[in-house]
Design a protein around this ligand. Structure first.
Ligand code: THU
Length: 160
């Protein structure tokens, strides 16, 4: 028997003000789109902003549905839009912000497992990592250099 140890290193910033200007601008776009999320069932709004290699920014917010499983997270709304609209442009960075209409969210909210899986598909496709920045409504911001840092054992086309 062998054991396997998996480690990931993430950076934690005290607040958005500590981040480089371009990340602040990207996160601001995530915050703006977050506030227009369609989340009448969870009252939990999420926004995502993606910076592409062609310098375009694509945004998405969570879109819920009376048939709950038909809704979609902000990150996948954004990444599928990027994949559809700019299929040949690499995804460089994604900024994510979440806000609850019920309580203050002051710690970073990472993307859910399904969104990690969706995002990693594009890392594999483009053969380059995607930087992730995620936060709540206020407070600390976390940075991961790659989706793989949040999803170390990747299920991808090599597994098929
Ligand atoms: N949500 C996202 O948009 N992104 C995530 O990574 C986690 C959850 C949404 C889905 C649902 O509309 C609401 O947040 C509550 O789960």
């Amino acid at each position: 028997m062998k054991s396997l140890t998996i480690t990931s290193s993430l950076e934690v910033y005290e607040s958005l003000d500590e981040m480089p200007e371009e990340i602040q601008v990207l996160m601001q776009k995530a915050i703006e789109v977050r506030d227009e999320a369609y989340a009448p069932y969870s009252n939990f709004k999420v926004g995502a902003a993606i910076h592409l290699e062609n310098d375009k920014v694509v945004v998405g917010s969570n879109q819920e549905n009376a048939s709950y499983p038909s809704g979609l997270c902000a990150e996948r709304t954004a990444v599928y839009y990027a994949g559809a609209k700019f299929p040949h442009s690499k995804i460089l960075k994604i900024a994510i912000s979440a806000k609850s209409m019920r309580q203050k969210v002051d710690s970073p909210v990472p993307p859910c497992g399904a969104c990690r899986q969706a995002l990693v598909e594009y890392e594999v496709k483009q053969e380059e990592p995607i930087e992730l920045y995620f936060m709540g409504e206020t407070g600390k911001v976390m940075k991961a250099e790659s989706v793989r840092d949040l999803l170390p054992l990747v299920f991808d086309s090599n597994c098929l």
